[in-house]
Ligand binder design. Structure first.
Ligand code: PEP
Ligand code: MG
Length: 327
């Protein structure tokens, strides 16, 4: 199997009926970077910048941040890299920063964008380091845990102030700057058109979106696997996102763990989510599944079950049978 995946590394990722499905990798540390070449990833769809902060003994200095970001862009060698701005809080704890000592529900607490907008010094330093590191190249910035659209406006204003500041001091700037949002809080599902209009790209954080939609703590093994990620309620939510992105021609990615599971990845592609970011080890198995799949046939096979009261287990069986028949 490993051997089979290795031989697939340089094969384009395209379904049997000719639809490209772009496979990117998730990363967060220097040690992940050799995987960009080894995995055959088309780029880095999610760079979790908070990991550098989580393994440090104190806040990494601006220079250290800039150095890491530059190494990431160098390793990607022109392939797209999406840097997520700091996603601290919830399950991502900094030992030297007690962001909220007595939160009863850290996942619902003062975290990610909420913290970044309340303590803009942290975000400002990071954005400046990213802008400098990407001088002369493309910079893609992604905002985590967006809950309301005005947070995007606030973050964009902060980012543009840093751009102005750097250019006033004669620093080189990125050739292009794209600002996107993660869709991982269900409130955004009810203003998809507003969201799609506001950003340059959207990435679905399915780990958190699932956690919040099903009110099931992703870190609690009692409940984490209790609900089926292929259940029609979840897939219909994902499809409404894909449809809105298509209406507005807003590039859409999914970067949660389900992207790296072959049956889930097939379902996502069938729903129209065709850029998937996953752990590098998952790229081979997912690509092997994509290559064998007639996407139109799979889409037709799940269309009715999505609407007519089937369970997630039913849908999983349909996709599994389909995949086994074409293995
Ligand atoms: C997610 O929530 O799906 C995601 C990709 O972000 P993280 O797992 O880092 O919260
Ligand atoms: Mg998340």
């Amino acid at each position: 199997r490993q051997e089979e995946y290795r031989t697939l590394r340089d094969r384009p990722s395209v379904t049997a009926d000719g639809h490209p499905v772009s496979l990117l990798m998730n990363a967060g540390l220097l040690v992940d970077l050799p995987q960009v070449d080894q995995s055959g990833a088309a780029g880095i769809g999610l760079f979790r910048t908070e990991l550098q902060f989580m393994i440090a003994a104190t806040f990494p200095r601006a220079e250290a941040q800039e150095r890491l970001y530059r190494s990431v862009l160098d390793a990607a060698a022109g392939r797209p890299v999406t840097f997520r701005t700091l996603d601290i809080g919830g399950d991502k704890v900094l030992p030297y920063f007690r962001n909220a000592p007595d939160e009863e529900n850290p996942a619902l607490g003062w975290r990610a964008m909420r913290l970044a907008l309340d303590r803009p010094g942290l975000l400002r330093t990071q954005v400046r380091a990213l802008l400098k590191a990407a001088s002369g190249r493309e910079l893609r910035l992604m905002l985590p845990m967006v809950t309301e659209l005005h947070e995007i406006d606030q973050a964009r204003a902060l980012i543009m102030r840093e751009v102005k500041h750097l250019s006033r001091f004669g620093h080189g700037l990125p050739l292009t700057l794209r600002i996107g949002a993660m869709l991982e809080v269900p409130s955004l599902l009810f203003d998809l058109d507003g969201l799609m209009e506001k950003v340059d790209f959207v990435s679905i954080g399915s780990n958190d979106l699932f956690q919040f939609m099903y009110a099931a703590d992703r870190g609690n093994s009692r409940v984490a696997d209790r609900f089926e990620t292929l259940s029609p309620t979840f897939l219909r939510a994902l499809k409404s996102i894909a449809d809105a992105a298509a209406r507005h021609e807003t590039p859409l990615t999914l970067c949660g763990e389900i992207a790296g599971r072959p049956l889930e990845a097939l379902a996502l592609a069938a729903l129209g989510i065709t850029t998937l970011s996953m752990s590098p080890a998952a790229i081979g198995p997912v690509k092997a599944a994509i290559l064998k799949t007639d996407m139109a046939a799979l889409r037709a096979a799940i269309a009715d079950p999505l609407e007519n009261g089937s369970t997630g287990a039913d849908i999983r069986n349909i996709i599994r049978e389909y995949a086994e028949a074409h293995a």
